[in-house]
Design a protein around this ligand. Structure first.
Ligand SMILES: *Cc1c(COP(=O)(O)O)cnc(C)c1O
Length: 399
């Protein structure tokens, strides 16, 4: 079953890259739990498969589906979101290069750029992504080769104008990478707004059931390496450079992980609708609550990101962050919810609560990315909304 990109999102999520198995007619791609493939004479590959680090049919199905949904050229699936980020950074950057990073971002991304790439002579400057002029001012002519964007950001839900930042990056001779983990391709497609490459932790909404860790990259059609560079395969293509490193370094998604991620992807549209309807109700409850000092959610009309998000996204997503006045009160809130489970990660069907300063973002303490100590992040699940509202209300009343 082939799809074309005029089909709607939910149709493509179910059919792109997922034709019935040609041999058996199996209606979903099987788990090809195999490392190597018989050759018809030396070099006589059947359907191009040789060894599962290089390519595996279950992974191909996931990569094809993700590329389709993001309107990209090629998709690449990795063992984790950070493995995907590492492959992108090392495909694009060389010693002496500079990266502009968000001043509010997933802590692991910052740690990878600052503490791993930093050891390989890659410099970085944090900038406030909601201010394109500040991002432009952070670029260094001839040295900045990548501008890293997360939108909405983790954990403060700030919204960046992707088209404006693409113009800033390209003016500086850099690529624009967008971490689309929070929005998912259902809510926004950065490639159609000028991004050169999209990054995912598929661990989150794409997988959607808190049962698999994975990551992905999707390149924009025709994307090339920055500064007119040629990659290891002798071309300027960004896809070629990433494909080479995916195989050469080998941090690929295994067949079962790819299969679980693809199973999640098929229901992304309906899950996101419910996540964001529930998140909107949660944000409205919190915004009117006496025990709350600030709510961060782009779906609230007064939120600083509301206007750009309305223009750029098809909805506002399922994450809400809230400030409750002190670290002690934030810890107490995390300890008293019944349905919101205290845990890291996000994007699964079940609601989660966490304290970024001590959990997901502990690695950025003391940096420009440090998060407020009284901030609590909620990943609003797809349970019955009245149960979620009652749970938060009872927990807040104990503060
Ligand atoms: C979780 C996360 C990552 C890292 O992905 P892993 O799958 O945990 O390696 C990157 N970016 C964002 C926005 C995330 O939430």
């Amino acid at each position: 079953m082939s799809t074309d990109r005029t089909d709607g999102f939910a149709t493509r999520a179910i059919h792109a890259g997922q034709s019935p198995d040609p041999t058996t007619g199996a209606v979903v791609p099987p788990i090809y739990q195999v490392s190597t493939y018989a050759q018809d004479g030396v070099g006589g590959l059947r359907s191009g498969y040789e060894y599962s680090r290089s390519a595996n049919p279950t992974r191909t199905a996931l990569e094809t589906a993700l590329a389709d949904l993001e309107h990209g050229e090629r998709g690449f699936a990795f063992a984790s979101g950070l493995a995907a980020e590492d492959a992108l950074l090392r495909s694009v950057l060389r010693p002496g290069d500079h990266v502009v990073v968000p001043d509010d971002a997933y802590g692991g991304t910052y740690r990878l750029i600052a503490r791993v790439l930093g050891e390989w002579q890659v410099d970085h400057t944090p900038a406030r992504l909601t201010d394109p002029a500040a991002v432009a001012a952070a670029t260094r002519p001839g040295r900045t080769r990548l501008v890293w964007v997360e939108t909405p950001t983790n954990p403060l839900l700030r919204v960046a104008d992707i088209a404006a930042l693409a113009a800033v990056a390209h003016e500086a001779g850099a690529l624009l990478a967008v971490d689309n983990t929070f929005a998912t391709p259902y809510l926004q497609t950065p490639v159609t707004l000028g991004a050169d490459v999209v990054v995912h932790s598929t661990t989150k909404y794409v997988g959607g059931h808190s049962d698999v860790v994975g990551g992905a990259l999707v390149t924009a059609p025709g994307a090339t390496l920055p500064g007119g560079r040629t990659g290891p395969t002798g071309t300027t293509s960004l896809s070629d450079a990433i494909g080479f490193l995916q195989n050469a370094a080998g941090a690929v998604a295994g067949p079962f992980d790819a299969w679980l991620t693809l199973r999640g992807l098929r229901t992304l549209a309906v899950r996101m609708e419910r996540h964001q309807a529930n998140a909107q109700a949660v944000a409205e409850l919190l915004a009117g609550h006496a025990e709350v000092s600030a709510v961060h959610y782009p779906g609230l009309p007064g939120d600083p990101g509301h206007e750009v998000a309305t223009r750029q996204m098809r909805g506002f997503g399922g994450i809400v962050s809230v400030q409750v006045g002190s670290a002690a009160r934030a810890r107490a809130l995390c300890a008293t919810t019944r349905l919101f489970t205290l845990a890291e990660s996000l994007g699964g069907v079940e609601s989660l609560i966490e304290l970024p300063a001590a959990m997901t973002h502990a690695s950025v303490a003391g940096s420009a990315l440090e998060v407020p100590a009284d901030l609590v992040r909620l990943s609003v699940g797809i349970e019955d909304v009245d149960d979620l509202l009652a749970d938060l209300d009872q927990a807040l009343r104990t503060l």
